[in-house]
Write a protein that binds this ligand. Structure first.
Ligand SMILES: [Zn+2]
Ligand SMILES: [Zn+2]
Length: 370
């Protein structure tokens, strides 16, 4: 997540001084030039140069790698996975289109959309399922989902241009995506018809995606499942669905979680439930018993004299921990009724039987007997 936030905040293209549509070759060339320029060997003792060298290397690490670059572009477009901690300004690039809409509303359709296809379109939502062990659901995990869905084209990294070529700035609008039209005192702005408001045109479309920048292909998505997910719960990963078109935001990825049962523990919200057998005498006389926890360690639980079978006892803080709260471990005591008694045991229990009052004795009987 930290990496994604960093990605969202840093313009690696600007660091390397290349355009967002730059080819792999152009990026590598820019990196080599800057790396030579700021290399510590060439600038001994120059902290600023060293800092710059690190920045350039970090940028190349990401956008010099086709897979990382595609992910980076996605993050830059829709924000880090899981959204932001607080209110942030999303900076969607709507090109000349937003302006066109605005003027369209003000001046009766003057700046209408060029055929409807130019506007930013949000990508589709994608669903996937994930089966988790009981422990994984309790603790949360980071895993890789393998899914086949619409994704950024792997051949052109979503640019839509044949590898080795780049979309070029539209000559009709100078790359602005909108054209101005002077009418008396006013200057109206409308989307450029030549490029559909995109500001760029693709001369040689990528053959894999036919210029759309989107390819239906298997892909891997790293997901973080928070601690404490329930069976059947759907986790929404914002912006991890299919990529949008024309600078539109990506759709969301929904992951439905299936949680497998555990042989010993059950769950009730964030509380863990466990049943522990105790002997008849432990229940009658009271005792300290050992109770297993999900993390593997044992905890001690003090039972009072006269503990009833089926009674529930709370061990604070030994349930499931989320960022917000921690559940308890709820221990249900099962009093074990012995079978196959030895002669000695039988004698002792028969003696006990003689002195114990029947639980079915009524209060009136009890009074009469004393
Ligand atoms: Zn244009
Ligand atoms: Zn492509």
């Amino acid at each position: 997540m930290a990496a994604q936030r960093e990605w969202f905040e840093k313009d690696y293209y600007a660091v390397l001084g290349v355009s967002k549509e730059a080819s792999d070759k152009e990026i590598t060339k820019a990196y080599r030039r800057l790396a030579r320029q700021y290399h510590p060997d060439a600038n001994p003792g120059d902290a600023a140069a060293e800092e710059k060298f690190k920045e350039v290397s970090a940028a190349y690490d990401v956008i010099g790698d086709a897979t990382k670059r595609a992910e980076y572009d996605e993050v830059r477009r829709v924000g880090p996975m899981g959204g932001f901690g607080g209110a942030q300004n999303f900076n969607f690039d709507v090109g000349g289109e937003g302006l066109g809409d605005l003027f369209g509303q003000m001046f009766g359709g003057r700046g209408r959309r060029g055929g409807g296809s130019a506007g930013p379109q949000r990508g589709a939502d994608i669903s996937s399922t994930l089966t988790l062990s009981f422990e994984e659901a309790a603790h949360g995990l980071t895993t890789t989902l393998h899914l086949t869905a619409d994704a950024q084209c792997s051949s052109c990294a979503g640019s839509g241009a044949r590898p080795g070529t780049s979309p070029k700035a539209c000559s009709a609008c100078g790359g602005r995506g909108s054209v101005s039209d002077n009418q008396g005192f006013f200057s109206f702005s409308s989307p450029c018809r030549s490029c559909g408001g995109q500001g760029r045109v693709i001369e040689y479309p990528c053959s894999t995606c036919r210029g759309s920048g989107i390819e239906h292909r298997p892909r891997e998505v790293n997901v973080r499942i928070p601690a404490g997910v329930n069976d059947g719960q759907r986790i929404r990963l914002k912006g991890r669905g299919a990529p949008g078109r024309n600078s539109g935001p990506a759709g969301d990825l929904f992951v439905e979680c299936h949680v497998l049962p555990h042989p010993v523990f059950a769950r009730e919200g964030l509380n863990l439930l466990v049943r522990v057998p105790v002997t008849f005498t432990e229940a009658v006389l009271g005792s300290t018993i050992t109770v297993p926890t999900l993390d593997g360690g044992d905890v001690s639980l003090r039972l009072k004299a006269g503990t009833q079978s089926g009674s529930r006892h709370r061990v604070k803080g030994k349930g499931i921990s989320t960022a917000k709260q921690t559940g308890d471990l709820i221990v249900t005591v099962d009093v074990h009724v012995p079978t196959n008694l030895s002669d000695k045991e039988r004698e002792a229990i028969e003696a006990l039987h003689g002195v114990l009052e029947s639980p079915r004795t009524t209060p009136a009987d009890a009074k009469g007997r004393s």
